[in-house]
Design a protein around this ligand. Structure first.
Ligand code: ADP
Ligand code: FDM
Length: 212
């Protein structure tokens, strides 16, 4: 077993920015180079809370806006023990969306402020690196039509993008903005570069607490 902890690396961005594609490529490249790595994604729709979230996103069920926000957060908290265990065992965990999506999406709704939205996630394991995959709404639209799920409209996604911009002003989080309009392989190379340095830095540091 490795004596160094793994890193917690998060990919964020609006719909179709390439998060899922790049998470898979990053984990495959790290594993190929002999570094243990695993992917996680939020929401994790496989747990009982995740099934409830899935039915909300698929519009099969209505849930009050505050209540669904807290369920998204609970879905992260319920997976903290397994996430921490992997990291402590030396596995780098690459996460497709995290608390930043939680705060950006709910605060894009009427009557929600960013501070209230961040509160339930305060104290989660703090990512060593958060990469924001940036594409313009026009470029994202070229990658396919929106599906049927809740939140998949260009007006809402534009507000979400503005909320992400606000979150990125926080210097306590190690944000890197990635130009995700480039070719898949070029984006991957930028991501690998930032990830390798985050993995090295994380080895000598304890896991932090988010927004604390
Ligand atoms: P997300 O997880 O951010 O919603 P995906 O990784 O599922 O995005 O990608 C959405 C679509 O865009 C997929 O069809 C994927 O193949 C394509 N795609 C991803 N990255 C790029 C890129 N850099 N250039 C062009 N198409 C891309
Ligand atoms: N989403 C995701 C939230 O509203 N809050 C959250 O905390 C998280 C993690 O759920 F529309 C939204 C963002 C997106 C949807 O879609 C999940 P994907 O395709 O599974 O990433």
């Amino acid at each position: 077993m490795s004596c160094h902890r793994g890193a917690l690396i998060v990919l964020e961005g609006v719909d179709k920015a390439g998060k899922t594609t790049q998470c898979k490529k990053l984990v495959a490249a790290l594993q190929h180079s002999g570094r243990p790595a695993e992917v996680m994604r939020f929401p994790d729709r496989t747990t009982s809370i995740g099934l409830l979230i899935n039915s909300y996103l698929q519009k099969d069920r209505e849930l009050e806006d505050h209540a669904i926000h807290l369920l998204f957060s609970a879905n992260r908290w319920e997976l903290v023990p397994s996430m921490k265990k992997k990291i402590e065992q030396g596995v780098t965990v690459v996460v497709d969306r995290y608390a930043f999506s939680g705060a950006a999406f709910t605060s894009a709704k009427q009557g929600f402020c960013l501070d209230w939205c961040k509160t339930p996630d305060v104290g989660l394991p703090k990512p060593d690196l958060v990469m924001f995959l940036k594409v313009s709404p026009a470029e994202a639209a070229l990658r396919g039509q929106f599906g049927e799920e809740r939140y998949e409209t260009s007006v809402f996604q534009k507000t979400v993008q503005q909320r992400f911009e606000q979150l990125m002003k926080d210097p306590s989080v190690n944000w890197k903005v990635i130009d995700a309009s480039k070719q898949i392989q070029d984006v991957h190379e930028d991501i690998i570069g930032h990830s390798l340095s985050a993995i090295t830095t994380a080895q000598s540091q304890p896991i932090g607490e988010l927004w604390k």
